[in-house]
Design a protein around this ligand. Structure first.
Ligand SMILES: C[S@@+](CC[C@H](N)C(=O)[O-])C[C@H]1O[C@@H](n2cnc3c(N)ncnc32)[C@H](O)[C@@H]1O
Length: 248
């Protein structure tokens, strides 16, 4: 996967790119990241990238010329046009499904805004996607870009040491993940559920599935509307509903 990140603050990515799994993925050649400061594409003496909004109002707006020029430069290097993604609180909400869709590409271009926003022509004529990481407003698109890069990268084959860990993650199956435990079996009187120490794989699988369903039902019942559920899952959920309504 190649990420081209257009940002005015490339230094914000240092810790992210030089730590842990993302660092190793770069070392293994599974990911390549180009940080492009689009200020370098501004042509005036002061390398201006923003200006006051037409019509008045507070804040500065990113000008179209440097961003169009930077993206043109990237597109001139490649045969296949990659998605050009604008990080924006007005975009479609980022989800695991979107991360999976983006991970199928080999090249993504990410545009990080700053200040008040973008000239609308960037939104209308330069980008293919507009993505929000949540219903809140940040000072810039750098953290959202890192969120996207991190979640997409861990879906690329070989990035995680243990492939199955991404498969079991929350949202991958449409449900939240089951509770996890590790040694010791008892800590300050708090015990690990017996089933996990039983070595009985089928019972462990069933316990995990039920815990996943229970946790999703308790915390994110909205996910149950679209999750792929078996007849057994549905019976388990009906039983939860019955018990719950009994307690009311
Ligand atoms: C202060 S925000 C601009 C918000 C803009 N005035 C608006 O109301 O839509 C500056 C930049 O941060 C990024 N940003 C802020 N919140 C974001 C979010 N929730 N998801 C993705 N990007 C975000 C975008 O790149 C945005 O252009």
């Amino acid at each position: 996967m190649r990420f081209d990140v257009l940002t005015l603050f490339p230094e914000m990515f240092t810790g992210f790119l030089q730590s842990s799994i993302i660092k190793r993925a770069h070392e293994k050649g599974l990911i390549a990241t180009n940080l492009i400061n689009f200020r370098e594409y501004a042509t005036d003496k002061h390398r201006t990238v923003d200006d006051t909004p037409y019509g008045g109002g507070g804040g500065m707006v990113l000008k179209p010329e440097p961003l169009f020029a930077a993206v043109d430069d990237i597109l001139a290097q490649v045969d296949e046009r990659p998605p050009v993604i604008l990080m924006s609180p007005q975009g479609v909400p980022f989800t695991q499904a979107k991360a999976e869709e983006l991970a199928r590409h080999s090249h993504l271009v990410l545009l990080c805004g700053h200040y008040e926003g973008y000239d609308e022509r960037i939104r209308q004529h330069l980008v293919t996607d507009e993505i929000s990481i949540g219903d809140y407003v940040l000072t810039g698109g750098e953290l959202p870009a890192m969120v996207l890069m991190d979640s997409v990268s861990r879906l690329i084959s070989g990035v995680l040491g243990n492939e199955s860990s991404a498969v079991d993650d929350s949202f991958s199956s449409g449900l939240l993940e089951y509770p996890q435990y590790t040694r010791p079996p008892e800590f300050r009187g708090m015990k690990v559920p017996d089933v996990l120490l039983s070595g009985h794989h089928a019972r462990i699988e069933q316990w995990r599935r039920e815990q996943s369903l229970l946790r999703t039902w308790q915390r994110r019942p909205d996910l149950l509307r679209t999750a792929a559920l078996t007849e057994e899952d549905r019976a388990f959920l009906r039983e939860l509903e019955r018990k719950y309504s009994h307690e009311q």
